[in-house]
Ligand binder design. Sequence first.
Ligand code: GLC
Length: 431
Amino acid sequence: MPTQESLEQEARRILLANDRGGFTIPTAGLYPFQWLWDAGFTALGWMQFDEGRAWQELKTLFRGQWENGMLPHIVFHRPEPTYFPGPERWGVAHIPPTSAITQPPVVATFVRWMLEQAQNQALAEAEAKSLYPHILAYHRWFKRERDPDNTGLVTVLHPWETGADNSPAWDQALARVAVDPALPPYTRRDTAHVDPSQRPHQAEYDRFLTLLEVYKRAGFDQLRLLCECPFRVASLLIDCVLHRANRDLLWLSQRLGFDHQAEIAGWLEASQQGIEGLWDEEAGLYFNRDLVSGEPIQVGVSASFLPLYAGTASPERAERLLHTLQGWASQVRYLVPSTDPQSPYFEPQRYWRGPVWAVVNYLIALGFREYGHEQIAERIRQDTLELARRAGFSEYYHPLTGQGLGGRAFSWTAAIYLVWSRATSAAHSAL
Ligand code: GLC
């Protein structure tokens, strides 16, 4: 078994090897560009041994920000033939080219943590100050273009936006998307890098790409897409991450001497109610919601625990969530499977339909810890470290066998290892 020291070295080596000069790719071949929430987690990893490089990761990410404030989920800093759909397929006129959808907005929260923990406070303050207006513009975009009716829940237009691409939570909503008969032909690249049994099904891919054509036809007009897009869901991953990000944006606003507290507090009031409206008393869990049918999506997924990370849940609901997760724990060896292991949709090796993801574990553990459930938080941290010890820094892991799955030498898994390996608990203050 490798030592902690050698694993830390290996984790640092992965970030250095995946560094493309100011941005870090998730893994070579499979994901050769900069991804939004990967960049956030990776910055936390860089923070452990090169603070300047950590800040640079976020600055480079914002080169992709649109004029309307949207922060895209992929920034195509330079051409790479190993990935599909690339910039030509997205057809976005931006320099550098980007995708046209977003991803869980972790940045405000991570900027706060980086500022709180930085050795170099002068640098941190300057960087946080220059990022702040861009983060504010991004969060305003969410409110203006994705929740114009102030429901407290953001409308998500693509499974890729949720970060959990092929979660069974999206099955029904995605089934409603009729595959475009004129869909331009394409060749998947992902299955050339990773065994197809660990990747999304072909039927899902056709629909993922059909949605791209829908956006292009609408000229990427968000308000039009809120009516016309056949896929519309409320995603716990987005809403909970955004809620916490707004709490931290409010903190940053105060700390850095900006004056947007009242505006942000208004958003928080709405999203507090929006998220708590997703609670299901019988299941003891939060469910995503289909915004076309208006119905809850009754599949337990790892994001169902994230209202703890958001901080919206009551202590009683936190207790119920603990109980629910203990039930899941009796079915698998490693926490936290991405889908309820008792669900008929559970597939332990297929991407977001069962495997364990280190980054989601990080958010869930932090949530439990903040509600005083230290033991389960520590169990999640230990499981994550053990998976890395046994199977290296994989993209995701089999929750029963611990086998490493998907891409290898994966940046955000290495980053989480660096953040957690020396910590004495699952606190972010371990940074
Ligand atoms: C996959 C994941 C997504 C991640 C990306 C890059 O698309 O589903 O969450 O950001 O890969 O790692």
